[in-house]
Design a protein around this ligand. Sequence first.
Ligand SMILES: [Zn+2]
Length: 819
Amino acid sequence: MQFGFRPAVAISFVLIVASVFAQVLPSASAPNSDPTYQQLRNIGLSGESVSVNHLVLKRDAATFRLRSGTVCFLAPVQGKVTGAVFSGEGNVVIDPPVSEIRSMYLLTKEQEFSESFSQLVLRFTDGTYDEIKKGGGSSSGTCDSDVLSDSKHAMRHNPYLKYNLEARLLQDVLSPEPGDFFLAFIHGKKYSDKEIFAIDPQGAPPLLLPVAPEEVELLTYADNKLGIWGAFHLKDEYASGLASGAQKNALIHIEQQQLDSTIEKSAHLDGKATTTFISQVNGLRVVPFDLHRTLRVESVTASNGQALSFIQEDKNDDADFAVILPSPLALGQKFTLTTVYSGKDAVINRGGGNYFPAARQDWYPNNANSSLGEYTSYNLTFHIPKGMKMAATGNLVSESNDGGQNVTVWKSNVPLTVAGFNFGRFRKEEVTLTKPDYVVQSFANEEPPDWVQGLQHAVSDDLPTMGPHASGVALGTMSTTGLIKKALAEGQLAAQLYSDYFGTPSYNRLAVTQQTDCHFGQAWPTLVWIPMCYFFDTTIRHQLGMDFGDRGYWKIVTPHEVAHQWWGHTVGFNSYRDQWMSEGFAEMSASLYLQMIEKDPKKFISFWNDERELLTERDPEGFRAIDVGPVTMGYRLSNTKAGFATTRRLIYPKGAYILHMVRMMMWDRQKGDQPFKETMQEFVKTYANSAATTEDFKAILEKHMTPAMDLDGNHKMDWFFNEYVYGTALPSYKLSYDFAPGADGDMVFSFKLSQSNVDENFRMTVPIYFELANGNVVRIGSVRAVGNTTVEQKAPFKGLKDKPRRALVNYYDDVLASP
Ligand SMILES: [Zn+2]
């Protein structure tokens, strides 16, 4: 591949290609040039209107009542009317599934969403036009076209939306199949004048956050009132069983990606992606992809060389990339296209040979709307400046030096959820494990990035009074040698431990790489990015002003990220409802690391205390994360009402607690963690290289549950899931007790255990521990409690002559409860 000679040669090459095609297929390779798309993009009122009087439009959970006024239609495109503007008096009531009422209440403070409006913009490809026309009367009225312009402006420029609505409508306009899309811009009078209610059978549009495969959503997009207040499946899907996080309703499944990427010293990226996908619908004409907005598409070609028309608006606007196919694909039909694109800011040069891959799942044309539940085969080729080292997802097939470039080829041996890379002037060390067969590599940069160098100067130049511990130590500990060893050791130990607990992951290698951005870590299959600040000690982090709350995740970044090889990748998730398992299980895995590798019971217990604190501290908005909603609401829990830290403070620690509670319930005096390990191993084996839902996990758990876990006597774990997974329970426990020798000299334990702050159905088995006279802590049994109650018992302990030091409830944080 001659990708390397830039800029002059490559650009002129592209220009030549473009001009050749321009002669054959005029305008085909210019972006946004499709005439039907342009009609939609520039659409206005047609002049056709009807008067309405108590017209009712029912759209899934929403009932629009247009009491009086005028509806003006938009100009038809390809004979299809795709919108209408309403002026008058109207009202909309949304009646969501019961599980969504709590979330909607955050916005409305009422049990229902009932909004009135005098203006409404509707965009649709369903039967709305015919329905309104049929229900309306003749009219000479007019409508305000500004409200239509406002809705276009919002979709294109509002920083929370930036969704190319016309590209979505184009799919249905060009398709021979009937459409079922419906979207209302509601200028509400009560809650917000920036409300959107949308229905899309392909999964609701990714406005604010992706909620697919759920098809229905209600959101507000005002600065001071921002959030998704309702997201759910179509009504009939609850009856048919399709209402699940397992549902796949995206337009395409990408089978294979061949990605050839060249990254310049400046971090400018040139990419060529050959993408093979299978249509999941009949009549597929417009294929949306997820591509980073600054990567500008130069051309799209079919495998027969035909240039394809495509859509990609300005990078600051609704820059969604979509390809217009020459003719409709049928369900199951395969198609291959090649996209050539380039741009900066997808990767950022951070100085000192450090590069930050800012675009993580959209540095190539990825499946739009997809989470980590899609599995695709990847072949990757990277050309990077000489002297740099590449670490990418998959297995290294070859490495060579081609002129001024380092060229590596990577191939995944199993389909992966996503592809990614990290590179820089790295040093590499590796170890080969035999049990499991696994290679762990550690990549660390030889020099710090500019921002660390800047800080070091700041520390030494501006704060001389801080003494020798400031600049000297900071400089010393930032050398990569120490970092590379620590990362390698942690990666290796974590991989071994998790293989023992969860079984073999789908990949036989892992690269632990250093990332210059200190605000997060991330894991892709076979590749993790560890924020370099994790390797600085707490004093230095503090000196650099980078404490970011030294709790939970920050203590265990590497063990957490390594665990994602199992949670999120070997076992993926298709819906935001199930993301809690990926984050929570990774977090819980790290607790195993603290307990089994660091062998520090104090760290283990303080870890769980930290996690509980994250859940129960009030945020600036006055909310405790645990109260806002269940873990199955994932990132949707972040909004202007409850604060934007909620999700981070909920799905990680509570997801971890949920699995920890399972482990504690399954723990057996004889078998130890064996029953838990068997459960998790079956879960991994069953769902390897596919997405699992919360309900899939519950089913595996029910298969392995012990009799003691069967609190409802029906061999189901509903009680537990309703309390902790789908619910927001947080019980309180109080234990009072007394030890006294009985007639035979054996200790008799008299106790009262009270359970409070729960509803009447809440049930739990609460473990009791003794700290024995010799200092050992042992679990002596458990107490079953239902509702707000006090259980009182006297229990003789045969053979126990020495009075225990104390009795404890929940010693290992066995049950997530108030401290
Ligand atoms: Zn994570």
